[in-house]
Structures are given as structure tokens and as C-alpha cells.
Design a protein around this ligand. Sequence first.
Ligand code: 5AD
Ligand code: FES
Length: 355
Amino acid sequence: MINSQMTTREIISWLKETDETSLESLWRAADEVRQANVGDQVHLRGLIEISSYCVRSCRYCGLNAASPADRYRMTADEIQDAARAAHDYGYGSVVLQGGEDYGLKSQWIADRIRAIKAETSLAVTLSLGERSNEDFALWRDAGADRYLLRFETSNRPLYDNIHPPLAGKYSDRQDILLHLRQLGYEIGSGVMIGIPGQTWDILANDLETFARLDLDMIGMGPYIAHPGTPLGKGENLIEVPADQQVPNDELTTYKAIALTRLLCPASNIPSTTALATLNLAEGRELGLSRGANVVMPNMTPVQYRAMYEIYPAKACLNETAKECHHCMNNRIRSIGRIPGEGRGDSPNYTNNHNS
Ligand code: 5AD
Ligand code: FES
């Protein structure tokens, strides 16, 4: 079976599939479901990495609090300039992303959202970590439309091992996502493919969890080891047998994207920068041809890029927003697709809110 009714066993067997002819049928099925549900437009989301400060200690992430990385925060003017450029390029939305940085004061973020909304018609997406319910409500009132928070893995022991909580805090990202939905946000989540300790069973359950949460946006990219992090140094707390460990490679990422499209037909799914990092020449295009319908060109001022090193050798590290704008448009057209018009709201969200 190759549709939204796949069983867990079938999902696992697709994830492990190596036969090229069978994989061709998976890519084709995902591409057809993509076209039927979200069409040929590829929505562009301008990614603005507003702060590289982070209080958390996620064991895979180059921005974790213990990392010696240099830190920055963008100024209000820099953020507004980047949003204006995104609007001028015809993008439908901007994503304000940062580490979990309480130096980004709640009211200051609300002011940034209001300023962008006052000057442009952009949808505003936030990706600022596990902030308080008060912050989420304040930002929604200021006009924020969407929130991205990857749950990273649906397996609690693995989650706890790679995400030490803040003192006195327990985090349940799936709960946070449901709360964000209640506040009226479009909600996005996702996982990394091939994080140490991720087994085939866990990844299959991650994909089923996307469907159960009925996500509007789902982001997936390969795990890329960062040598300055505990996981990158090989300090894995959870060891799994080699034949159970999901590889962090390109092919497995395409399979996860294609299966996610089949399980969540109307969700917005980006072809991610992490995927492009593994295959600069055509990773983005292959993601778009195997289920994805969104790309997130980087709009962070170039002088900050090297300081937002979640993982090393990120694609587009030195390309300006303008260069990425042209490059992305060419890439989209090269595979017969069309740069999206308008905000690119999730049909999933629209369906749920009209019924
Ligand atoms: N490799 C790939 N992706 C990573 N992320 C964080 N660290 C890494 C890494 N080493 C992803 C996480 C996070 C998103 C912003 O980047 O999934 O949610
Ligand atoms: Fe950035 Fe191609 S998308 S250079």
C-alpha cells in the first residue's frame, strides 16, 4: 500500500526500501499527491535568523549554551529591512527564528511583528523555542500567524537524552503545539533524520505523529554532526544496534519527505537547507520533486551567517538574500514549478477553520 492508510509496518518497509524501481513508484506517488493537494506553486519563506543566543543545551545543536560560538542579535532595523526585502521579492512570509533567547524581550518581539504587519502583507512565522504561554498569546495578538517548533523525536527516552531541560522545567513540545493551535496559530513541527539513537520504529512513529497532530507545516532534514557538540563528538547516551539506526543520509531524507506527503497530503512541507547541504547541486530540487512544496531562502545579513552555525557547512552561507532569491527562483522554474503567490497559507489550516 502506498497512501495515507499505510500501516506502521509498511512505513518502516518503505523507509528501508533500496530497490530503485520501487523507490521510483514512491517518488511518483508523493509527487502526485503533492500536486493534487497543494498544486505546483512553491512557496518562499524568507528565513531571518534574529538571534544566535540560546539558553538550552540540545546535544546536537551548534548553538547550544555551552558552545563557544560567537553570538549576535539583529537590531529592529535590520529585521525590518530583511522583511521589507522579502516582501519586495514577492515572498509570502518571513520566519523569525532564533535560539531560545530570553534576551529577546517578549514585548520587543511583539513590536517587531506589529512593525512588519504595518508595512507589508507578509504572513509572520515565529520559531523561537519553548517560550511561555503568555508570550505565545502576546505574539498572536500582535499578529503572528504561524509557529514552528520541531518535536525532534516522538520517543520520550531519546528526547530526554538529547534535550536536557532547563532547571525545574519539563517540556512536552507536542503539548505546546496543541496549545499554539488553540491560540489560532498555524502550527509546524518536524524531526531530524538519522539523529543517533533514532531507530526505524521511532522514525515511523514520528511520521505517524505528524499525521495525528494534523500539522500545517512539517520540516525534515538530515542530522548533520557538529564537531563542537556532545553528539558530534560521539558522546551518544543511547546506543542502538547498527541495523536499527536510521542513517542520516540524503536518500533516507527523501523517503521521509515522500512518506510524510502521503500521510499528510495537504501540509506545507519544505525542502530544507540541511538537505541542500548534503547535495548542493540538486538536493532542493529533488526534495521538491518527492513531496515538498516550500523553500526557505536565507535573508539573514551575511555578516551574521557564520554565527548561526546550527550545523557546519550550511548551504548558502555566503550568498546574499538577493543571490538566494534569484537562485531559488531559477531552481523552482528549472523543474517546471512556479514560485508561489500570496501568503501560501496551509490548505490544512484553512480546511480545519472553515468546517
Ligand atoms: N543537524 C541538522 N539539523 C539540526 N538542527 C539542529 N541541530 C542540527 C544538526 N546538527 C535542526 C533542529 C532544529 C532546527 C532549527 O534545526 O531540528 O529544530
Ligand atoms: Fe542560496 Fe542558491 S538558494 S545560493
